[in-house]
Design a protein around this ligand. Structure first.
Ligand code: MCA
Ligand code: AMP
Length: 505
């Protein structure tokens, strides 16, 4: 049997017949019946560009149906798909291209002048949001067959930032992706009758794998949204059954005009993940819609790890139980499994756990136990019945609007600016994004710096979503007796910047 995930998707597509796969603005833009030939032709084009099984293809383009097709065509050829957040700047891109060493780079037409000099010997082609670009020129008529892949072969590398140093590429195999998708299909009761509202970006695990793979395996149609417009989502709910989003989507929907139990009556399932869904936000959504959001938890390195039950109680503030086929344990500070209800670091083992960090065996070894458990860096408690609650993070990480931001990277960028002595970057509560980035900056003695100068210094260096929402200039950072910066103190001091103190605004 072919371990290529596309082979399984095409089996499903055959059963779906003429059904629409992607629907945009009420129009079918790709049907299941077309998937085989469309991926076959595009894979032939990728082969003509120098693509071959096991080589990398880096893709930084706007969300479009053609981008979905490109992902699937890359799988067909056995390429390793490396998607990048469209917000990354040229400086950030340079690192990813150097590290991934792709043979093909697909970028936005406007970026081609910047990307070409950074791409080395890779072929650079373009794909625009409107579906035009040099990628789709000279399309062959012939199709290439689905490449034979082992389940352990790589399907994708997704970059994930680290607490120290640069981003690491998480190597995901066909088996990682397929096992997780099949588990979630069964758990969340995907069926061919489902219609998914797709509002997430397709360069991260959530929108690319969790959402699209679910629909593909089930032969379910997708209402394809390029961005997030609450009114458009509410309008589509009348013919849809499933929505996936990050907590920011749900807080915005709960207060959007037109939201009501009647507007959501056709919906079967609202799924949330990527960031903590506050119990209060969960309850506000239930009050507005009559639906209980099903919260799940995962990571780039592992896909989904836990989920609240479909039938059983969906407890707000918890992330549910380990997925079938996965082992989860909570390890206390003494290195032993923590007692029920006691906090520790969550570890996970199973067919979903990645193959390691691309070209970084040392980093892989740091996070992988000899018995195959991956150390997530999330602090959790496990109740006696196995229910998991996330209570903190061992890693210094900020999650804003479902996007991960590592303070270290921002601190290094700020510290490199003229006139800066040092800085500390923290996440503080934000009513819309969950958390927002705040930079606390100490000037060099005698230097006059202001927040505008720092903002200007960071623009173009860091993706916009990583840039501080507030920059505070202070004479000194609070330190403990060991000289370590006390970020908890800073979080207390600046915790009320974006919410009323003591609660969300
Ligand atoms: C946009 N901006 C942000 C964010 N998004 N700033 C901080 N955090 C963000 N998440 C900035 C823009 O740069 C812009 O800045 C301004 O906010 C408005 O931008 P706009 O594009 O209009 O924002 P939006 O469309 O309202 O986007 C908010 C969003 C989006 C819909 C919540 O961020 C989003 O789609 N988030 C989902 C991310 C995701 O897929 N995460 C899954 C990772 P300015 O105006 O100043 O220029 S996978 C994962 O975590 C694991 C595996 C898991 O468990 O799923
Ligand atoms: P990423 O590196 O983008 O894959 O993000 C993974 C991280 O997102 C996890 O390690 C968690 O810290 C966080 N995360 C994902 N889902 C949830 C959730 N439901 N609740 C809280 N945090 C979450």
């Amino acid at each position: 049997m072919n371990g290529n995930i596309l082979a399984t998707f095409l089996d499903g597509a055959r059963n779906a017949g003429d059904k629409p796969f992607l629907i945009e603005d009420g129009r079918t833009v790709l049907s299941f019946a077309e998937l085989d030939r469309a991926t076959g032709r595009l894979a032939a084009r990728l082969a003509a560009l120098g693509g071959a099984a096991g080589e990398r293809i880096v893709v930084q383009v706007e969300k479009s149906p053609e981008n979905v097709l490109l992902y699937l065509a890359a799988q067909r050829l056995g390429l390793v798909y490396v998607p990048l957040n469209t917000a990354y700047t040229a400086g950030e891109l340079e690192y990813f291209l150097g590290d991934a060493a792709p043979v093909i780079v697909v970028c936005r037409p406007a970026d081609v002048g910047t990307v070409r000099p950074l791409a080395g010997s890779a072929r650079v082609v373009t794909l625009g949001a409107d579906g035009t670009g040099s990628l789709l020129e000279d399309m062959p008529d012939a199709v290439v067959p689905v490449a034979l892949r082992l389940p352990t072969d790589l399907a994708a590398i997704l970059y994930t930032s680290g607490t120290t140093g640069r981003s690491k590429g998480a190597m995901l195999t066909h088996r990682n992706l397929l096992s997780n998708a099949e588990t979630l299909r069964d758990l969340w009761r995907w069926s061919a009758d489902d219609v998914l509202i797709h509002i997430l970006p397709i360069y991260h695990v959530h929108g690319l794998f969790v959402a699209l793979h679910g629909a593909l395996l089930a032969g379910a149609s997708v209402l394809f949204h390029r961005g997030f417009d609450p009114a458009a989502v509410i309008a589509d709910m009348a013919r849809a059954t499933v929505l996936m989003g990050v907590p920011t989507h749900y807080t915005r929907l709960a207060s959007a005009p037109g939201i009501s139990p009647a507007a959501c009556a056709h919906m079967r399932l609202f799924l949330s993940g990527s960031a903590p869904l506050l119990a209060e936000a969960h309850e506000r959504f239930t009050a507005a819609t009559g639906h209980h959001i099903l919260e799940r938890y995962g990571m780039t390195e592992t896909g989904m790890i836990t989920s609240n039950p479909y039938d059983g109680e969906r407890v707000a503030g918890t992330v549910g139980y380990a997925l079938p086929g996965e082992d989860v344990r909570v390890i206390g500070e003494d290195g032993q499994p923590a007692a029920p209800g006691e906090p520790g670091v969550l570890e996970v083992r199973g067919p979903n756990v990645f193959a390691g960090y691309w070209r970084k065996p040392d980093k892989t070894a740091e996070d992988m136990r000899p018995d195959g458990f991956f150390v997530t860096g999330d602090i959790a408690t496990m109740a006696a019945d196995g229910r998991i609650t996330l209570v903190g993070r061992a890693k210094d990480l900020i999650i804003a609007g479902g996007l991960n931001i590592y303070p270290k990277e921002i601190e290094e960028a700020i510290d490199a600016l003229p006139g800066v002595e040092e800085s500390a970057v923290i996440g503080v509560p934000h009513a819309d994004l969950g958390e927002a980035v705040v930079a606390v900056v100490v000037p060099e003695p005698g230097a006059a710096i202001d927040p505008q100068a720092i903002e200007a210094g960071l623009a173009g260096r860091l993706a916009r979503f990583k840039q501080p929402r507030s920059i505070e200039i202070v004479a000194a950072l609070p330190r403990n007796a060991m000289g370590k910066v006390q970020k908890a103190e800073l979080r207390k001091t600046y915790g009320g910047l974006f919410v009323s103190q003591g609660g969300m605004a």
